[in-house]
Design a protein around this ligand. Sequence first.
Ligand code: X8Z
Ligand code: ZN
Length: 512
Amino acid sequence: MSSIYGKAKICVAGKCNLTLEPDITKIMTSERNYDVLKEAWINWRDATGKQMRQMYTEYVQLANYLAISNSFGSIAVFLNYADYWRFPYEDSYFKRNVENLWEEMKAFYADLHAYVRMKLRKIYGDKMPADGTIPAHLLGNMWAQQWGNIYNEVVPYADLPQIDVTSEMIKQGYDAMKMFKLSEKFFVDLGLNKMEDEFWKNSIIVKPENRELICHASAWDFSDGSDFRIKMCTDVNFHDLITIHHEMGHIQYYQLYKDQPQVFREGANPGFHEALGDLMGLSVSTPGHLKKIKLLNNFDESDKGTINFQLKLALDKVAFMPFGYLIDLWRWGVFEGTTTKDQYTRKWWELRINYQGISPPVKRSENDFDPGGKYHVAANSPYMSYFVSHILQFQWHKALCMLAKETILHKCDIDGNKEVGDKIRKVFSQGASIPWQKQLENLTDSAEMSAKPLLEYFTPLREFLKKELAAANEKPGWTASIDDYVERNDTNCGNVSHNSLILLLLVSASLI
Ligand code: X8Z
Ligand code: ZN
């Protein structure tokens, strides 16, 4: 399945042989033509998910077999593969706890969704569905998971100076190495680790021309205490600069816990691993920091400037939350057997509609397999860790900013603060040797995950959205019916049972 995903090439608008990185990603990022985007969206799913639907059902059986085989004598330790994936969180109430975290912030998401929808209606007019959902291909990303790429289309105060620093990076001759070095410096200035020669020698930071490669960014621990690598097809833009910090966070974590016994050389929980680099990204993204590193020249310091900045960040961080949550809600259902293989598509779109408020640009059926169009599904990589990470990183940001005596969360930049660096070193060196709840308490004074720091961070934006929506009489929310978007699967079954009935009658008749 990974191979199908990694090798997929498609045609869009008459151009063929297009790969996900960089070609198709560029289309989703910058193209605004409804039909071209729709073509890319459909063709990607035809070339990936659709090709692996049958394999996925086999994989589910194998994965469950693996989980159940982890028995202790005759006692099964895991009921299924979903159970096995939740195990590292060491929390019997994990399902309920993540659901509560989502509940805490879904009203904020609905406001952001309504605001974006209102802006997109101005561009796409009556192509926007009347049921209030947003077509999944219009959000600047193949999976509608982060929406930062449509910032220019939805920016509240368009006449203020630009805050995306991509063009400045290009102007200043940034390349992959310069971006990686900048990220390394951020960690080193906190008192964390410099990368060894081995890292630079073995990592792949630019897409190779002479061979196929799964480009999805990743970080690797070869578990010998010195060989750590990143694989990434870096493009020169701000999003990739933040992704580099994300990947570097994994490497730093590997290095910090490298002296633990092997069994503890893991994140305190998988969300911790995904959050460390993003924590740095929160400081790096602040206009103050971007000014300091000379990537932003004239940021508008007024309240309007703050709203523009917060909206840009929310398009990535807040828009991500329901996506980060639902991928594994879907897979848990599949592994647990509550979602059977004849309902894969239907269940997938139920979740996409209910949680994200997005809809497919064309009707889907059980011949499609849209989950497989996402890397982590094809590659057997758990996803709830990213949802957890988006909660944790704001909790940590708040606590460490307090340590740095910075009180305004969205302006706080921990850059160069050795006390903060020491705290990070101390906690993260523990790896998985201490329960994560204790480690969280050590960092934030609370042993529980909470969406409050995230909500607090975005207070100015939340107030702004409420006002804008009220003024435009735009009601947050959507009311979509799954039957409008996914074909009913029982037509075939209906025919089968009809045919069987005739057969039964014929057999009975011949017997008589
Ligand atoms: O897969 C990643 C990282 C590698 S661990 C680049 N992320 C998720 C994704 O791209 O879907 C980071 C954000 C969510
Ligand atoms: Zn990661």
